[in-house]
Design a protein around this ligand. Structure first.
Ligand code: OGA
Ligand code: MN
Length: 197
């Protein structure tokens, strides 16, 4: 049922390595996922993994996260979309993606995530990144934009974290950062991986 969007994503990944799609899935899905995230009190401070060691470093990253699992209807529907995309990527681009992992993230007012890469060259883990936004109202004054850079560090794209906007990019190729949020900001960050779970 997502054939069109899968094909669009594949084409843009081949052409540019990234894509930003507004109104990507069903609006209703984004709003159910937002409710689900807001209802949960299990969010934990996010770590930065460096040399396999997780440490919490509030200087680089201030969000709180909650890993998705299939316990819930709207989460299952989101994961069905993602796994459909995984199959499409494997069939079209032979990426050999073995699984998808994803977490909700909440940024409180003032929270940010410094410029980083989701995967390191040759680390053979995270290959394709997704970010799906859940905020039903967001305007320019609310900050919290995702800024995407190219490999040389040149700025290429600003994304407002508006509900139902989906970003997909090659994990090793695009440094990115989250500017300080002006108010509570919800997203789902996910990664297609090629290692064993
Ligand atoms: C991440 C990330 C971006 C966002 O979690 O690695 O870059 O806009 N998130 O939430
Ligand atoms: Mn990231």
């Amino acid at each position: 049922m997502y054939k069109k969007i899968y094909e669009n994503i594949i084409d843009e990944l081949v052409e540019n390595g990234y894509i930003v799609i507004e109104n990507a899935l069903h609006k209703q899905l984004a709003s159910e996922l937002l409710d689900k995230a807001k209802q949960s009190d299990n969010f934990k401070k996010a770590g930065i993994s460096a040399s396999n060691e997780k440490h919490i470093d509030g200087r680089r990253r201030r969000d709180k996260i909650l890993w998705l699992d299939e316990d819930n209807d709207c989460v299952s529907r989101y994961l069905a979309f993602a796994n459909g995309l995984r199959e499409y990527l494997n069939r079209s681009l032979y990426l050999g993606l073995s699984y998808y992992e994803a977490h909700f993230a909440v940024y409180q007012k003032g929270d940010f995530y410094e410029k980083h890469l989701d995967a390191f060259k040759n680390s053979k883990n995270r290959v394709v990144t997704t970010v799906y936004y859940l905020n039903d109202v967001w305007s320019e004054e609310d900050g919290g934009e995702l800024l995407i850079y190219d490999k040389e560090g040149n700025f290429i794209k600003k994304v407002y974290p508006k509900a139902n906007t989906l970003v997909v990019f090659m994990s090793e190729e695009f440094p990115h950062e989250v500017l300080p949020a002006g108010k509570e900001r919800y997203s789902i960050a996910g990664w297609f991986r090629i290692d064993k779970r």
